[in-house]
Design a protein around this ligand. Structure first.
Ligand SMILES: [Zn+2]
Length: 157
C-alpha cells in the first residue's frame, strides 16, 4: 500500500522496510530528502531503531547498531528513510505549532507591554479627568468641600 520511495543517492526506487542495498551494498542504506522533525522537548531522545543483525552476501552475520536520535533545540533532521519512518509515527508536532510554542513568550510579553501602556494611558486620562473635576468642585464651593473632608477625616480616625 505504501508508495515507493526513491533514493537520492542511487536513484533507485525502494519499498518501506527495504532500507538497505543502496548501490548493491547490503550494508548501505538508501537515503531520501532531508526531513525535519519538531518537538516540545529541546533534547528529545527517541530510540528510533533497535540494534539488529542481518546476513551478508557470504552468509556472514552483520551487526547493525541501533540508532538513538537526540533532538537539538527541539528539532532533528535526517535523510535516513528508516528513521523518518519511525519519527513520522512518533514525532507528530507540526512546524507551525512548534514555532507558535517557541514564539509565544516573546509575543506574550509584547502583548503585555501593549496592554500595560494602554492601561497606563487610561489611568493618566482618568487622573487628568479627576484633577479637572476636583478643580471644578473646589471652585464651586470651598466651604462644603472643606467640611466634608474634615468630617471624613474625623470618622476615619
Ligand atoms: Zn540508494
Amino acid at each position: 500500500m505504501s508508495k515507493g520511495l526513491v533514493c537520492v543517492n542511487c536513484g533507485k526506487e525502494f519499498k518501506v522496510g527495504a532500507w538497505y542495498n543502496c548501490e548493491d551494498n547490503p550494508t548501505r542504506k538508501h537515503a531520501v530528502e532531508s526531513k525535519t522533525y519538531y518537538s516540545d522537548s529541546d533534547s528529545l531522545v527517541v530510540n528510533a531503531i533497535p540494534q539488529t543483525s542481518m546476513v551478508g552476501n557470504q552468509g556472514e552475520r552483520i551487526n547493525i547498531p541501533g540508532v538513538v536520535v537526540t533532538f537539538t533545540n527541539g528539532t532533528f533532521h535526517t535523510i535516513d528513510p528508516e528513521i523518518q519512518e519511525v519519527l513520522d509515527r512518533r514525532v507528530t508536532m507540526s512546524k507551525e505549532s512548534w514555532m507558535e510554542k517557541r514564539l509565544t513568550p516573546e509575543l506574550k510579553s509584547g502583548r503585555d507591554r501593549a496592554i500595560i501602556s494602554q492601561q497606563q494611558a487610561l489611568i493618566d486620562e482618568l487622573k487628568a479627568k479627576n484633577a479637572a473635576l476636583e478643580a471644578e468642585k473646589a471652585g464651586e464651593s470651598d466651604e462644603v468641600m472643606a467640611g466634608a473632608k474634615g468630617k471624613a477625616k474625623t470618622a476615619r480616625n
